[in-house]
Design a protein around this ligand. Structure first.
Ligand code: NAD
Length: 281
C-alpha cells in the first residue's frame, strides 16, 4: 500500500494542538475522509467546540472523533492520550505533533518561559514519539509521524529566539529520527513508519484575523497530505508573500553564514542585509 493509504477511511490519526489553526483544519479534513481522529489539546472551550465541529463533519460518524484533554508537556498526559487512543480505536497510523506555545519573546524573558517553550514544543513531540512508536512500528500498514517545525527553526530570524530555538531543536530531532527509522531492520518495506517535518509558511491560525499574504490552514493541510503521500521528509510550505524559490534561497543563505564565515543571522546584519535581500529575492 502506498503512503497515501495512511489517509484512508478507517485509519487512525492523533493530532496535538487540534483545537485551533492547522491542527483543527487537519482534524476536519481527516474526519471528512472517514478516518478516526483523536484531537488532543489543553482542556477548555476551544477544544470542546472544535471536537463538536469535527464530530459533526465526520463522515464515519461522530463516534470516530475523540477529544482528549492533554497538556503535551506532561508525560503522564501523553501516556493517557495513547491509552485513550488505543482504547477507542485499537490502532494508530498517524501521529501529528502540532501543538505549540509561543510563550516568552526576547532574551530578557524569564527562564521559566524558555523552559516551558522547550517542554511544549520539543519535549512534547519527543515524549509523544516515544509513547506511540511501538504501536506505529508494530502496525503492518504504512504509518507516519509528522512533526511541525517552522522556517524560524531553520533561518533563525531575530525577534523570537525562544520559539526559534525550540523549532530548531525539533528539526534536528526529527531529522535524526527519520535517519534512525530508515535504517532499522524492523522498519523496512511498504508498511514502514515514515517521519516528516512539516514547515508551514505564514498561516492565519488561532483567533487571528486573516491578512493578505497569509495562507489559510487548509492549504497547509493539502501540503501535508501530498508530502506524506509523496514520501517527502521536508514539507516546506510557501505562502502568498514568500515563494518556494525565496524559501530555498533564504535557507541556503543561512547555511552559507557558516561556510562563508559570515556572522550568524547575516541577513539582518547591516554589512550583509542589502546583498542578502538581492540574493534571496
Ligand atoms: N501559523 C503559522 O503561521 C505557523 C508558521 C510556522 C509554523 N507553524 C507551526 O504550526 C503548528 C500549528 O500552529 P498554529 O498556528 O495552527 O497554532 P494555533 O496557535 O492556532 O494552535 C495551537 C494549539 O496548540 C495548543 N497548545 C498550546 N500549548 C499546548 C500544550 N501544552 N498541550 C497541548 N496543546 C497545546 C493550543 O491550545 C492551540 O489550540 C505549530 O507547531 C506552529 O509552530 C505555524
Amino acid at each position: 500500500m502506498e503512503r497515501g493509504g495512511i489517509f484512508e477511511s478507517g485509519k487512525v490519526a492523533v493530532i496535538t494542538g487540534a483545537a485551533l489553526g492547522i491542527g483543527k483544519a487537519l482534524a476536519l479534513r481527516l474526519a471528512g475522509k472517514g478516518m478516526s481522529v483523536v484531537m488532543a489539546d489543553l482542556p477548555g472551550p476551544d477544544l470542546d467546540a472544535a471536537v463538536a465541529e469535527v464530530q459533526a463533519a465526520a463522515s464515519a460518524g461522530p463516534e470516530t472523533v475523540l477529544g482528549q484533554a492533554t497538556d503535551v508537556s506532561k508525560p503522564d498526559q501523553i501516556d493517557a492520550l495513547k491509552i485513550a487512543t488505543l482504547a477507542a480505536f485499537s490502532q494508530v497510523e498517524l501521529l501529528v505533533n502540532n501543538a505549540v506555545t509561543r510563550t516568552g519573546r526576547g532574551f530578557d524573558a524569564d527562564p521559566e518561559s524558555w523552559r516551558q517553550a522547550m517542554e511544549v514544543n520539543l519535549w512534547g513531540p519527543v515524549t509523544a514519539v516515544q509513547a506511540f512508536l511501538p504501536d506505529l512500528l508494530a502496525n503492518p500498514a504504512p504509518t507516519a509521524i509528522v512533526n511541525t517545525g517552522s522556517k524560524q527553526g531553520i533561518t533563525n530570524p531575530p525577534g523570537h529566539p525562544i520559539y526559534n530555538m525550540t523549532k530548531s531543536a525539533l528539526k534536528t530531532y526529527t531529522e535524526a529520527l527519520e535517519h534512525d527509522l530508515r535504517n532499522r531492520p524492523d522498519n523496512q518495506g511498504a508498511g514502514r513508519l515514515s517521519t516528516h517535518l512539516l514547515v508551514p509558511g505564514w498561516t492565519t491560525t488561532g483567533k487571528a484575523e486573516h491578512k493578505p499574504g497569509a495562507w489559510l490552514p487548509d492549504r497547509v493541510v493539502d501540503m501535508l497530505l501530498d508530502g506524506v503521500a509523496g514520501e517527502r521528509f521536508y514539507i516546506i510550505c510557501p505562502d502568498d508573500e514568500v515563494t518556494a524559490e525565496m524559501d530555498a534561497k533564504r535557507i541556503l543563505w543561512a547555511a552559507q553564514d557558516i561556510t562563508e564565515n559570515r556572522p550568524p543571522l547575516s541577513r539582518w546584519h547591516p554589512d550583509f542585509a542589502e546583498v542578502a535581500r538581492k540574493a534571496c529575492s
